[in-house]
Design a protein around this ligand. Structure first.
Ligand SMILES: Cc1cc2nc3c(=O)[nH]c(=O)nc-3n(C[C@H](O)[C@H](O)[C@H](O)COP(=O)(O)OP(=O)(O)OC[C@H]3O[C@@H](n4cnc5c(N)ncnc54)[C@H](O)[C@@H]3O)c2cc1C
Length: 398
């Protein structure tokens, strides 16, 4: 049976895994990313990156390149159609741009040394290394063994590393969400404004990415019931609902979506805020980051940015532990464990806040209990969710 030994192993090559590998690389610390897909998972429309995410991207040294293909959005327009078109305009704090997931992932990957990402490597099981040693033994789906001195789980909501740490599986809200982007060859008429439109049981988000490209999602409340995951069929289903309730420009945007960019979700996964508050996110020299730590759905559009913040803080802690200058110092297991503990301490309150805000926003939409709705409305009012208070955060220098 094949057996390899490595230093820092990152499971998952999504936004968080690649950001972590890049951040470590910038500090002169090598790592190996193990990704189960056969190539970069670059599909999936775009994500909104607020000022906190741009600060992290600046530290990773790739913000400038990404800004070139993503225009700044300056205002949020919130419209409640079933309340006489009540509308509120919220200025964006700092910076907000919708970046194609493909651009983000590819830009990170090309800045990581070749050979540091291994594709087609699905980790099926993790066991602790021998007693007295903090490392972990990873088994791949095809039976190969990889020994890791340090293990970072960036393997998303359904994380094998989170399971190894003893974390509970995430929970879900039932939602039918279609997202993608639509091309406007002659320019779109929406200006630099993000629209959030609520109608009966329908939630539409529309954000310009460039002069000719607009990102959108449509969320439909579907408690229970089986739904096809075929993107074209779901687009048809959602289009019927949009036609009943929305203006022609929204109907056209959904109808003309670039089908390559279409993504369908039937559930929104989240780790409840009380789990984020009290879970132990470290076991010896293993920890988690990104969705594996705090999957939070899309209600405040912060999962990706929070994952990049995690990457910066974790790489900074590990680099401090390696000694000033980073690259030259030796990272023994004791130092790695202490650095990971420091990382978890530093991230805890930040990710609890984000998880709580996202959870409260989801519950306002999902719950039938008036009391729960009022409690969640109070939480978002106190935390300033609608005025984007959570975006005003700086994870610091790498
Ligand atoms: C509808 C929706 C809209 C969103 N919009 C926004 C937004 O506007 N802004 C924002 O910041 N965030 C947004 N998010 C959240 C954001 O997409 C996620 O938080 C982010 O992608 C998390 O990145 P990650 O790398 O932690 O996890 P993932 O992107 O899930 O990556 C995990 C990677 O690990 C790999 N993997 C999994 N298991 C294994 C294994 N056992 N072995 C090897 N590899 C494995 C997977 O193949 C994958 O590549 C949204 C989420 C949703 C659902």
């Amino acid at each position: 049976m094949d057996e390899e030994v490595h230093g820092i192993v990152i499971v998952g090559g999504g936004i968080c895994g690649l950001a972590t590998a890049l951040a470590l690389h910038r500090k002169g610390i090598p790592s190996l990313v193990l990704e189960k897909s056969e190539n970069l998972r670059a599909a999936g429309g775009s994500i909104g990156v607020h000022v906190n995410g741009w600060r992290a991207l600046d530290q990773l040294g790739i913000a400038g390149e990404l800004r070139e293909t993503a225009d700044n959005v300056t205002e949020f327009h919130d419209v409640w159609q079933n309340e006489n078109n009540k509308s509120v305009v919220v200025p964006v704090r700092g910076e907000l741009r919708w970046v194609k997931r493909k651009d983000l992932i590819e830009t990170m990957a090309k800045n990581i040394p070749s050979g540091a990402i291994r594709f087609g490597c699905h980790i099926a099981d993790i066991k602790p290394a021998n007693p007295g040693s903090h490392g972990a033994i990873l088994t791949t789906l095809d039976g190969s063994i990889i020994r890791a001195k340090a293990l970072i789980g960036c393997d998303g909501g359904n994380s094998v590393v989170a399971k190894y740490l003893g974390l509970s599986p995430p929970k879900s809200f039932p939602r039918l969400i279609v997202r993608g982007f639509t091309r406007y060859p002659h320019g779109h008429p929406f200006g630099p404004h993000f629209l959030r439109l609520r109608c009966n049981g329908l939630f539409v988000g529309r954000s310009p990415m460039t002069e000719n490209l607009v990102n959108f999602f449509v969320g439909v409340w579907h408690p229970g019931g089986s739904v096809t995951k075929d993107p074209i069929a779901v687009r048809g289903l959602v289009l019927e609902k949009v036609k009943e309730q929305c203006s022609d420009e929204i109907v056209e945007m959904v109808r003309d979506v670039d089908t390559e960019s279409l993504i369908v979700l039937t559930k929104i996964w989240y780790r409840p805020p009380w789990q984020v508050m009290f879970s132990s996110f470290r076991r010896g020299t293993a920890t988690v980051a990104g969705d594996s730590m705090h999957v939070m759905g899309s209600y405040i559009g912060q999962g990706g940015s929070a994952a990049m913040e995690d990457a910066i803080v974790l790489a900074r802690s590990l680099s401090r532990a390696a000694g000033s200058g980073g690259g030259g110092g030796e990272l023994c297991e004791k130092k790695i464990g202490a650095a990971m503990a420091e990382y978890v301490r530093e991230r805890r309150l930040r990710v609890v806040r984000l998880s709580l805000e996202s959870f409260a926003m989801g519950m306002i939409w999902a719950t039938k209990s008036m009391l729960a709705k009022l409690a969640c409305q109070a939480i978002v009012a106190v935390l300033g969710t609608h005025s984007l208070g959570h975006t005003n955060y700086d994870c610091g220098r790498l």
